[in-house]
Write a protein that binds this ligand. Sequence first.
Ligand code: NAI
Length: 295
Amino acid sequence: MQFTDRVAIVTGAGGGLGRAYALELARRGARVIVNDPGGARDGAGGSGAADAVVAEIAAAGGTALADHGSVTDMDAMAAMAALALDRFGRIDILINNAGILRDRSFANMTPADFDAVVAVHLTGTANATRAVWGTMRAQGYGRILMTASSSGLFGNFGQANYGAAKLGIVGLARTLHLEGAKYDIRVNTLAPTAGTRMTQDILPEQAFAALTPESVVPAAVFLVSENAPAGAIVGAGAGVFQSAYVTLTPGIRLSGDTLSAEGVAAHWAAITDRHGEIVPGSGAEQALSILRQLG
Ligand code: NAI
């Protein structure tokens, strides 16, 4: 799988998973914008983390440029896209990977902790995507990888802010998958599990060692390649690759006296029976599945 002549932007690529994605894309011939302001795990401060990754890529014979803009700043994201176009002439790939953590139980989570995490993950993903969307539409080609998390898909204690933002990203990805299809913009979502600074005090030591960022990279690279699928939600960690779905049971239609809270309670087993469940391709498909039951 070669990326010669392709231009990729990876946000939050100064360390962890983003660094590993940037190194591998560059190794396969892509010219890469390594975005990262280089702050701490909670987003505070800044450093030259992006420059160090650019130097690593250059030392390995690849081509990369650093960008220190924050994904929370739309103007900075527009400048990042302009840098890619100015220096490399196109933008084929965006990996939205930037992230911070401010874990606390919901009872102890301040509104500021909630907003900061949503700003980086959800709004930041929308900002970086908005910055490249017009270019990808105009050139009739784009590959965008979103980064969700098991916390968003399934919930995780102490991560109400993070989980909300991460499932928000899935909704964004599903919609952009539909809107981008006719321009050959393929939007996929990755829910990684990796030993990085984000998880070093969460994962047991042995699991941390097995869950290398490099073992997630093959999924990311495939999902931004020319023959990538579209609209997929992929789990990846330690070389295990999975696919996640949002499903819908057939349900039942209640009427007359049963169209009541008591009726829902009485039919709960039928409503939640998973036999014949579907994976709607869009919100409209759920509406259609309801209308079909009108008889
Ligand atoms: P990491 O902390 O090593 O990497 C995140 C990078 O994002 C850092 O280099 C950081 O400087 C950068 N960043 C933070 N705020 C930014 C901003 N405003 N603008 C641009 N860059 C910013 O952590 P890791 O694990 O590599 O995380 C990468 C992505 O994967 C994140 O979105 C994270 O939520 C997600 N993820 C990671 C999991 C894991 O097991 N490591 C699990 C599920 C999701």
